[in-house]
Design a protein around this ligand. Structure first.
Ligand code: C2E
Ligand code: MG
Ligand code: MG
Length: 415
């Protein structure tokens, strides 16, 4: 929790003096990695001492005009006046990173601390204390994610600020869109199904990728709202395709919803209402998301599979799925990640790896789907390796569900 009062007061003071003189300043958030572990290993008193030493170390590395505040258990906020350019900020952060690299004389422990920093600049990244602190915090998250010592906030970075109320309202008002991307049977070269992908165009942020708003939703109860919307919106377009043409459809599910009571009944109830056979549905779960609560996910997915729903491990090859984990997981399909598929054409090593994954999957009675096929050569390679299904820009880009359905129906009508 941010120790807000004194930090906000110092930032407001800077804002007031910049308003008069037109200057710039930086708000930096620093996390001392390892501080928490000192408390756990050596006791809270030692942890506290180390925290105070880190505070002194930061203050010593900065200028006398800079202010340092303890912001939480292992974090600090600095207000740095007169930061005329990003280079000034990067110099300060380099000094801090270096100070933490010195042998840690802070406590009677051999523990090494490391500084990770995020920075927001006044006025370009915010005009009030709250926004500046939040954006410094977002830059800090980004630095941790990228494993870099310091990141300066970037408004158009992958880190899109999505505001809870705005997204909730968009979902509830049905302003998200469903896109369909075709999945081809590679062995007979025809469309066998579709994958449903959510799209959001926000009036404030423009097109926001699901790679941003899905993980954001997963951190709150929004993921349940999004999942319910996604199931219903997909079924509305997909149910007639399943019935008329025997297509299957895949839907992405976040394991975060599995802890909600009645989730299986809700899913099956929706299929029932739309008259879709469970065997026509593939629930896709990303490999990395599973690591969080494997036991619970396995239980829920096993129930779905026993009711006939097919279960795909999405993005296989990017996470850490071990063989033991694959054995326990009730999957029926394996989706090979596009990072492998996209490089296999030019890299024989990756190509052999993909071939081995396909063989392994088949030995385990799993159907294989390659995602991210962008050219004919890659498609031919995968077909030759016996891969069952494929998906990618070369076979068809995601498009609004209604457009896909009318085009598909028209193509079926013409002989
Ligand atoms: P995913 O399930 O692995 O979906 C495949 C992603 O790859 C999609 O990105 C798709 O547009 C993109 N793609 C397809 N073919 C190609 C290709 O040939 N080349 C390249 N470079 N990319 C290709 P998208 O739509 O941005 O979705 C990102 C992720 O967001 C999805 O990855 C999925 O995990 C998640 N997602 C999307 N919609 C939903 C949803 O309604 N609910 C949940 N829980 N997750 C969703
Ligand atoms: Mg998927
Ligand atoms: Mg994928």
């Amino acid at each position: 929790m941010l120790n807000r009062q004194p930090i906000f007061a110092a930032i407001r003071q800077q804002i007031a003096s910049c308003a008069d003189a037109g200057g710039r300043f930086a708000v930096m958030m620093l996390r001392a990695r390892g501080l928490h572990e000192i408390s756990l290993r050596f006791g809270y008193e030692q942890g506290e001492q180390a925290g105070e030493k880190a505070h002194e170390l930061i203050a010593k590395s900065l200028r006398p005009i800079d202010r340092v505040f303890r912001a939480g258990d292992d974090s600090y906020v600095m207000v740095l006046p007169d930061m005329l350019s990003r280079n000034h900020v990067l110099l300060a952060s380099a000094r801090l990173a270096q100070a933490f690299e010195q042998p840690w004389a802070g406590a009677d422990s051999p523990w090494q601390l490391r500084a990770v920093m995020g920075v927001a600049l006044y006025p370009e990244h915010g005009l009030d204390a709250d926004l500046l602190c939040r954006r410094a915090g977002m830059a800090l998250d980004e630095a941790q994610h990228r494993r870099e010592p310091c990141v300066v906030y970037q408004p158009h970075d992958t880190q899109v600020e999505i505001f809870y109320e705005e997204l909730r309202e968009a979902i509830e008002a049905n302003r998200l869109q469903v896109f369909f991307q075709p999945v081809h049977d590679l062995q007979v070269d025809r469309i066998a199904g579709i994958e449903s992908l959510a799209r959001w165009t926000s009036p404030r942020h423009g097109d926001v990728s699901p790679a941003s708003f899905v993980p954001f939703s997963e951190q709150s109860d929004l993921i349940s709202v999004l999942t319910r919307w996604s199931i219903n919106a997909t079924l509305r377009h997909a149910a007639p395709l399943c019935e008329a043409h025997g297509l299957s459809f895949a839907i992405n599910l976040s394991p975060q919803v599995f802890s909600r009571p009645g989730v299986v009944e809700q899913f099956m109830g929706a299929l029932d209402i739309w008259g879709v056979a469970p065997t026509a549905v593939i629930a896709e779960i990303t490999e990395t998301a599973l690591a969080n609560d494997l036991e619970l996910s396995v239980q829920v997915l096993r129930r779905l599979r026993d009711l006939g729903v097919r279960i795909a491990i999405d993005d296989f090859g990017t996470g850490y799925a071990s063989i033991a984990y694959l054995r326990r997981f009730p999957a029926t399909e394996l989706k090979i990640d596009q990072s492998l598929v996209g490089t296999m054409r030019d890299d024989p090593h990756t190509s052999r790896l993909v071939s081995a994954i396909i063989n392994m999957a088949h030995h385990m009675d799993l159907t294989t789907i390659a995602e991210g096929i962008e050219d004919q050569a890659t498609q031919d390679l995968l077909t030759g390796m016996g891969c069952d299904f494929g998906q990618g820009y070369h076979l068809g880009r995601p498009e609004p569900a209604a457009d896909f359905v009318s085009r598909f129906n028209a193509s079926m009508a013409t002989p």
